[in-house]
Design a protein around this ligand. Structure first.
Ligand code: UDP
Length: 479
């Protein structure tokens, strides 16, 4: 059908690369493979024009006008900021939904924007929450909700330790995202509310695929049949294609020119996501570890965080102003000593292009879910180094259930990952017996991604087709 008359899906993105980019991929897939028109909606507050340039041309875009959020505390949690942005933007979202080319088929907010779901209900269209994380994360949220069903107002309970999740995942308290660790913490009530809002969805669209989390998938099927939890649809992975990875100007990126000159399967790529910052001490240990590993490396170096936090708010992209500073962040003489086999770049690399490059052999990663999926999709085995948010859960899934990663362990009590530890993990992955098995499994898992996305029988393709059919059926009933 011509795009004009197709059923229309409106997707609401929360700011930040990790959420916005996969949702844009979903929008594109709905248009190109499932017969929908799509409008990709962002908030003017915290908008990032560089990220928006990633939304494919086949998808329309719209920005909700800026709203006042100056009253929020400067250190307000990102999730809370997006919750308020969503709430305060509801009038303009409602107006936008009324104005897009009919017929409106569904609203798909990112899971930080689930406060928008009531607007979908009001307009009589399905509201489906997009989960940029995996199904294990949804299982954690569900567990928190079940623990608090029937709890009185202001009554909060700690999760059991260990927490057992489907797939044999056994999580210690330290493996949980920080706000889940203590029911007396300030963020815990927000989490429970957030979960309840999310559970109001007609269905979850999750950025994972069946072969990645088969046991969790089965557990959720049972829950949906019993009506105890909304249906989940495993429709991922949403990974942008290397050709569209143009942060900024990947075609002329020094990383790619350098990779082109390295032997096939020789380079260890090291990056900690869009917001992971290391301490000064930790940055020096990474340098020492890469030097000691003896392997070729491509390292995306960020300005060390001086306050000791792993998390520096705000995405930083290859910023020319930072390059001159790069040398100052690295140990004395490091660049000279590793000149023949290593490249350190400031702040940002075109990661999907790097992971799809034949020279890239392994990925030292903070286990952000997008990074993990990008690595899996390109068959690159990982050294897992989880830092914050749900990254420890991701790491356990990648190491234990899937066997595609080896952990680089931090010292007890939140200490650093030493240079020796990093070097040992890199060497094991690149040369060792355990490493050989991990490398083989990464290749096998890559095959399953291809199959999941395949247009005929792929599980993810079919799941999204099923969702699309449900949306179209609702429209059909109205006619
Ligand atoms: N990314 C990139 N270049 C970098 C760092 C990150 O292209 O130097 C991209 C990466 O490909 C991924 C996203 O930014 O798509 C980071 O998402 P992830 O979930 O891995 O981690 P987060 O940034 O949310 O911690």
């Amino acid at each position: 059908a011509p795009t004009r008359t197709r059923p229309h899906v409106v997707l609401l993105a929360s700011p930040g690369a990790g959420h916005l980019l996969p949702l844009a991929e979903l929008a594109q897939r709905l248009v190109e493979h499932h017969g929908f028109a799509a409008t990709f909606v962002t908030f003017t507050n915290r908008a990032d024009p560089k990220l928006l340039s990633h939304v494919p041309a086949s998808v329309a875009t719209a920005a909700l006008p800026a709203v006042q959020i100056d009253d929020l505390p400067a250190d307000a949690h990102f999730g809370l900021v997006v919750l308020e942005l969503t709430r305060r933007s509801l009038p303009s979202l409602r107006a936008l939904l009324r104005s897009v080319a009919p017929p409106l088929a569904a609203l798909v907010p990112d899971f930080f924007c689930s406060a928008a779901l009531p607007v979908a209900a009001e307009l009589g269209v399905p509201g489906y929450v997009f989960v940029p994380c995996n199904l294990t994360w949804v299982a954690l949220m569900r567990h928190v909700l079940e623990l608090h069903d029937g709890a009185g107002p202001g009554e909060y309970r700690d999760l059991p330790e260990p927490l057992e999740l489907p797939g044999g995942m056994s999580l210690q308290r330290a493996d949980l995202p920080e706000p889940y660790r203590d029911c007396n913490g300030p963020a815990y009530p927000l989490l429970v509310d957030w979960g309840r809002r999310n559970r109001g969805t007609d269905g979850f669209l999750v950025n994972t695929f069946r072969a990645m989390e088969p046991a969790a998938a089965e557990a959720f099927e049972v829950a949906a049949e019993q009506g105890s939890f909304p249906p989940v649809f495993l429709v991922g992975p949403f990974v942008r294609s290397p050709d569209s990875d143009e942060f900024p100007d990947a075609s002329s990126s020094p990383c790619l020119e350098w990779l082109d000159r390295q032997p096939a399967g020789s380079v260890v790529y090291v990056s900690f996501g869009s917001s992971g910052a290391l301490s000064v001490e930790q940055t020096a240990e990474v340098a020492a570890g890469l030097e000691a590993s003896g392997h070729r490396f491509l390292w995306v170096v960020r300005m060390p965080s001086l306050d000791g936090r792993h998390f520096a708010m705000g995405t930083r992209y290859g910023n020319d102003d930072e390059d001159p500073l790069l040398a100052a962040w690295l140990p004395e003489g490091f660049a000279e000593r590793t000149r023949d086999r290593g490249l350190a770049v400031a702040a940002w690399a075109p990661q999907v292009r790097v992971l799809s490059h034949p020279a890239t052999a392994a990925f030292v990663t903070h286990c952000g879910w997008n990074s993990a999926l990008e690595s899996v999709k390109h068959g690159v085995p990982m050294v897992s180094w989880p830092m914050f948010a749900e990254q420890r859960m991701n790491a356990l899934l990648l190491e234990g259930n899937l066997g595609v990663a080896l952990r680089a362990r931090a010292q007890e009590g939140g200490g650093v990952v030493t240079g020796e530890e990093l070097a040992a993990a890199v060497k094991e992955l690149m040369e060792g017996e355990k490493g050989r098995a991990v490398r083989a499994r990464a290749r096998d898992l890559q095959q399953t991604v291809e199959r999941a996305l395949g247009a005929a029988e792929g599980s993810s393709h079919r799941a999204l087709e099923e969702v699309g059919a449900k949306w179209k059926a609702v429209l059909g009933r109205e006619r």
